[in-house]
Design a protein around this ligand. Structure first.
Ligand SMILES: NC(=O)c1ccc[n+]([C@@H]2O[C@H](COP(=O)([O-])OP(=O)(O)OC[C@H]3O[C@@H](n4cnc5c(N)ncnc54)[C@H](O)[C@@H]3O)[C@@H](O)[C@H]2O)c1
Length: 330
């Protein structure tokens, strides 16, 4: 497959470095320095603008890794140019943009994957395998924590600018946890939420606690960008056991999964811990999932439906907590 990249920032580069065995055919970023630097690293060429790239790169797949407010408009252009698309999460800043993308993708008969790469972290892949083989029995509930501590000047970054980001921490790290809830338990609706701006001098949220429930299964999580020790923790509970995932590598700590199996006599469970090495190949698996879907029709893991689910929950929580001026609450 021939792959091109729109957006040469942190994630464009991360994805660009994991294109192989596919071929990179070009990149574009309005920041020419970034575009040139990534093109050099990937040994490829730059294009004049997005139209030039879509028209002349002969790519099969476009990776879109721009700031949030550019994701859906660029994805739409790529779809209309009959390209398959891997668009970063949250894929849009408004629910109606995602609905339009779904319609356009159907009309153009192209595949659109959303960059929910957490599904392809080894601990998450192992968790899915254990759940699918019934190791936990019937699933009951899930509990998650995800956060980082920002950095000096975070209040001036695009993530803190609602017009560009669509919202705050909930639309940023929150959508990953919402996607994982969708993946493991299905589209659980909003039950209760608390969304706050606790620390940063910004007009978007920096902390959110959500509970989702369909009356039987439920999930609850806290996301934060005033989490002073970078944290990722996910617990999945079934009737006969639980899984505890901790870390995502690097600053989030070693990625581990512990499987606890309840014994018939109850009491302390048996446990087994798996540790995963620190190289993050989730970006490459994410792309491979899209390629396999295109070439052999295998399911897309993290698609516009999961993005739509996630963004609707974000919108609901923003509305319920009085964050009515954010693009995402429309
Ligand atoms: N999957 C993940 O785990 C994960 C992690 C971090 C960020 N992200 C997502 O990735 C996206 C990018 O985040 P980032 O941290 O790389 O941001 P960034 O600011 O480092 O990079 C964004 C780049 O997009 C460029 N850009 C803006 N408009 C453009 C256009 N029209 N065409 C081409 N390029 C354009 C900017 O100049 C910038 O270089 C965001 O949507 C973010 O939510 C995903």
């Amino acid at each position: 497959m021939k792959v091109a990249i729109l957006g040469c920032g942190l994630i464009g580069e991360r994805r660009g470095l994991q294109i192989a065995p596919h071929e990179i055919v070009g990149v574009y970023d309005p920041d020419a320095e970034r575009a040139n630097s990534l093109a050099k690293k990937l040994n490829t060429r730059t294009f004049q603008n997005e139209e030039d790239l879509l028209k002349n790169s002969r790519c099969d797949i476009v990776i879109i890794a721009t700031q949030n407010n550019q994701l859906a408009p660029l994805a739409l252009k790529a779809i209309e140019a009959l390209k398959h698309v891997l668009v970063e999460k949250p894929a849009a800043i408004q629910v109606n943009e995602l609905v339009a993308l779904k319609e356009a993708a159907k009309k153009s008969k192209v595949a659109v994957k959303v960059g929910f790469n957490h599904r392809f972290h080894p601990a998450l892949m192992k968790a899915k395998e254990l759940c699918d083989e019934g190791a936990l029995g019937e699933l009951m509930f899930l509990r998650g924590r995800y956060g980082h501590g920002g950095r000096l000047g975070y209040e001036n970054e695009w993530r803190s600018n609602a017009k560009i980001s669509g919202g705050g921490e909930l639309i940023d790290q929150g959508v990953h946890l919402l996607d994982l809830i969708y993946y493991f338990l299905g589209p659980l609706p909003h039950h209760t939420s608390m969304v706050t701006t606790s620390y940063w001098p910004i007009k978007v949220d920096d902390n959110a606690v959500l509970t989702l429930s369909d009356g039987k299964k439920w999930a609850t999580f806290h996301v934060s960008c005033s989490e002073w020790k970078n944290t990722f923790s996910l617990e999945i509970y079934g009737r006969t056991g639980k899984i505890l995932i901790g870390g995502l590598g690097k600053s989030y700590g070693k990625e581990t999964l512990t499987y606890y199996r309840m014994l018939p006599e109850m009491g302390p469970p048996e446990s087994k811990t798996f540790e995963f090495d620190s190289e993050d190949r989730s970006w490459s698996h994410d792309l491979e999932n899209l390629v396999n879907h295109i070439t052999s029709g295998s399911p897309l893991l993290g698609d516009l439906d999961s993005a739509l689910y996630a963004l609707k929950q974000v919108r609901e929580a923003y509305r319920a907590n009085g964050f009515l001026n954010l693009p995402c609450s429309v």
